[in-house]
Design a protein around this ligand. Sequence first.
Ligand SMILES: Nc1nc2c(c(=O)[nH]1)N(C=O)[C@@H](CNc1ccc(C(=O)N[C@@H](CCC(=O)O)C(=O)O)cc1)CN2
Ligand SMILES: Nc1ncnc2c1ncn2[C@@H]1O[C@H](COP(=O)(O)OP(=O)(O)OP(=O)(O)O)[C@@H](O)[C@H]1O
Length: 205
Amino acid sequence: MDSDVRLTGKEELRRALRERRTQVPEEAQRTAAASLSGHVLSWLAATSAGESSGTVAAYLSGPPEPGTGELLPALRKAGYDVVVPVCEPQYQLSWVRWEPGVELAKSPRAPLLEPVGRRFRFTELGTIQLVVVPGLAMDAAGNRLGQGGGYYDRFLAQLHAEHPAAPAIGYLYDEEVLPKGSFGATVLDMPLPGAFTPSGYRSAL
Ligand SMILES: Nc1nc2c(c(=O)[nH]1)N(C=O)[C@@H](CNc1ccc(C(=O)N[C@@H](CCC(=O)O)C(=O)O)cc1)CN2
Ligand SMILES: Nc1ncnc2c1ncn2[C@@H]1O[C@H](COP(=O)(O)OP(=O)(O)OP(=O)(O)O)[C@@H](O)[C@H]1O
């Protein structure tokens, strides 16, 4: 993970970041996923004053994303309801409850697996303690570079309008927290307050 990422156009930057993720050795992937999971659980324990209830909206990672395979069962074990996104038409997300062993099916809209089961709008989920947001990078101002669908920008705009207090935090490798201005942001981009990384929670400026 020590190769430089050239700071050029968004598409080229996405390609370089995806490529760098594919270079992370398996052992380092496992260690990173375990650290990330631990930081999310510690953050939740610290912010919810020991009350492990409510919903965490996370996602099912696919290679080469930082793994959530350890995080999701740890969240359930700690007492949270866990939901993961399903891609709907017009780049909307709905949410399905995740449990260990839940049946998965290939999304018709994205190269991803999604749980089979009842779909909820986020407004039906009760208290959202945390949204764990996927992405390829965050800059120091909290701007997020995602996969390019705009699913999370739309969702986070709706979430912010209805539940302004619900925290939405990135889930990245350390090297993906980039200097401010590393990529262009528009008014539609929803800045994050910070990101979980294997070394800990990294707050945006
Ligand atoms: N694990 C994970 N789940 C996630 C996301 C993510 O980043 N990671 N998403 C974060 O947003 C959403 C899906 N994001 C997507 C972003 C772009 C495209 C995309 O480029 N689709 C192409 C067709 C791709 C194909 O079928 O090969 C397109 O719409 O033209 C698809 C999904 C919801 N679930
Ligand atoms: N709130 C919104 N309403 C309508 N269109 C939006 C909104 N947010 C983003 N878009 C559009 O979605 C497209 C993709 O946006 P962008 O490149 O920022 O995606 P991304 O954040 O990388 O992707 P994702 O959120 O899926 O990870 C752009 O055309 C953008 O204009």
